[in-house]
Design a protein around this ligand. Structure first.
Ligand code: ADP
Length: 501
């Protein structure tokens, strides 16, 4: 199959979160299955390949987004891990200090920037005469592509057979903008309806993608279920229920080439399920790196995340405050960037408990590997989590995840049953599922639920070391491969191509 993936980020070139990992790992796995795949993304100022671009083959495109506005751009050809990549350069749109925002606010012309990318993607296919069978769009930024294919390019016979998939990585971001954008984006008023893309007077680009794509998927079965229910769907449930028969959940994988503790080049010492000695050395290195006391007996609770409310900081921070105040033997290690408000609250806490807590406010890939390796637990108390990657890395590194039972977290971590009290950990939910627990889970997204889970983790570590080590071994045996995910995408694509036009 020929597959075109359109994405706003791709690991190795530009990354702010899990979408970037997806846009590299899935194409790699599909390519390994023999598919001809290309990825197209914007040429941001921060793109890693920027300096080499001048020597790359280039296409020049020019096209209209609407009846009056004409645009031109250059498209660089490159390759990443063998995947053909096309990078769209337009100085006004992409040569900026930020990717999606200026540090405080989303760029107001984001709808134009990203719909421009979508149109460029289709124009490039025509220009190169490389016509995909599948166009794979990701999140609101690229969700308008199926609309363009069906409404702007319906008179191109060579594009007629293309089938489109929209993957929802995070339904909280929908690209909702004022209706004044419909003209610049080339949307005539008759398409701006509540059936298709209008919502409470606004243009909703994710909704447009949901209504026009041939199929839609969420990045885990758990999130797929949540997106169909009013309380947990970010208000998307009506649209997705309309498309119920075309909507599925496919779990993301973990790139074990990058996230394998026995080969990880960022670790001072390798380790594996059969030889855990190196993990203790990583723990010592992490304590030293974060300015914490070197003590192998104290559990370290780690976290790496974008500092946004989705990740549960509104109840995690109070739970950590209470925990640190009570002073059990514990150390906290945090790495994250994002909302300055969360950043300053965490800095404040770190200043108050410098011996017990380390916090790096920033983005640091190398440190993220050391945190995964050197921590004993990984905190992921998310309010919602479409799939989540860090809990998969944590399982592989024998760092038991502490998760809220939501989305992809509940699909991938088998939590201890919440027994709400000081009783020793029970195995109720784990044994019910005939599996051994691989982490600690809680349900209520509040201070108490989160605090309970953190306490449970500390008790388990200090008082039930044999159980902890057994869980660690079980966690390290879990496998969530991209090969498996790619197999499921392949079936989805094949079924799409079988559907009559
Ligand atoms: P999301 O996509 O919602 O941000 P995921 O868990 O799916 O969350 O993916 C986040 C990815 O970004 C992981 O690979 C994680 O390690 C990485 N990441 C997030 N914040 C940082 C940071 N501050 N430094 C290094 N890596 C980070």
């Amino acid at each position: 199959m020929k597959i075109l993936m359109i994405a706003s980020e791709m690991d190795g070139i530009i990354k702010t979160g899990g979408l970037a990992d997806f846009a590299l790992a899935l194409p790699k796995a599909l390519m390994a299955r023999g598919h001809d795949i290309r990825v197209i993304l914007p040429s941001y100022k921060q793109a890693v390949l920027k300096t080499d671009m001048m020597s790359m083959p280039t296409d020049s495109l020019s096209f209209n987004l609407n009846h009056t506005d004409h645009y031109g751009c250059l498209v660089y050809h490159t390759a990443l891990d063998g995947i053909a990549v096309r990078i769209v350069e337009h100085n006004d749109f992409f040569n900026r200090e930020g990717i999606y925002d200026n540090g405080s606010y989303a760029y107001p012309d984001n709808p134009l920037r990203y719909t421009f990318l979508c149109k460029a993607a289709i124009e490039l296919c025509l220009h190169e005469q490389w016509i995909p069978d599948i166009v794979h769009c990701n999140d609101w930024q690229t969700a308008i592509t199926p609309y363009y294919l069906k409404e702007h390019y319906s008179h191109y016979p060579e594009l007629k057979h293309i089938r489109s998939l929209l993957t929802i990585h995070n339904g909280a971001y929908q690209g909702k903008v004022v209706p004044e954008w419909i003209h610049p984006l080339g949307i005539p008023p008759q398409h701006f309806t509540s059936e298709l893309m209008e919502e409470h007077g606004l243009l909703n680009l994710l909704k447009c993608g949901i209504m026009y794509s041939d199929a839609i998927n969420a990045v885990s079965p758990g999130y797929c279920e949540e997106l169909l229910m009013p309380e947990t769907s970010h208000n998307l449930w009506r649209y997705l229920n309309k498309r119920r028969s075309d909507f599925t959940g496919i779990l993301n994988g973990c790139d074990y080439r990058q996230w394998n503790p026995s080969t990880d080049p960022f670790l001072p010492h390798p380790f594996s399920a059969n030889n855990m000695a190196g993990k203790l050395l990583c723990k010592a290195a992490l304590q030293s790196r974060m300015g914490l006391l070197a003590n192998p007996d104290v559990p370290i609770l780690g976290l790496i995340a974008r500092l946004v409310d989705q990740k549960g900081f509104d109840y995690l921070i109070p739970a950590l405050e209470k925990l640190l105040y009570e002073d059990p033997p514990v150390q906290i290690v945090l790495l994250g960037s994002g909302d300055p408000e969360y950043g300053s609250r965490l800095h404040f806490l770190q200043k108050r408990y410098p011996q017990k807590m380390g916090f790096v406010n920033g983005y640091d890939n190398e440190l993220s590997h050391l945190i995964e390796a050197g921590s004993d637990y990984f905190m992921m108390p998310s309010l919602f989590e479409p799939c989540g990657l860090n809990q998969l890395y944590s399982l592989a590194y024998g760092t038991l995840p502490i998760v809220r039972e939501t989305g992809g977290l509940k699909d991938t971590v088998m939590g201890l049953a919440p027994d709400h009290g000081n009783a020793p950990p029970s195995w109720t939910s784990a044994s019910k599922n005939k599996k051994f627990a691989t982490g600690i889970s809680f349900i209520q997204p509040d201070n108490q639920g989160c605090y309970w889970a953190l306490k449970q983790a500390i008790t388990l570590y200090l008082d039930y070391p044999q159980v902890y080590h057994k869980m660690q071994q079980q966690a390290m045996r879990q496998l969530f491969t991209w090969e498996e995910s790619a197999g499921m995408y392949e079936i989805l694509f094949e079924n799409l191509l079988k559907k009559p036009i």
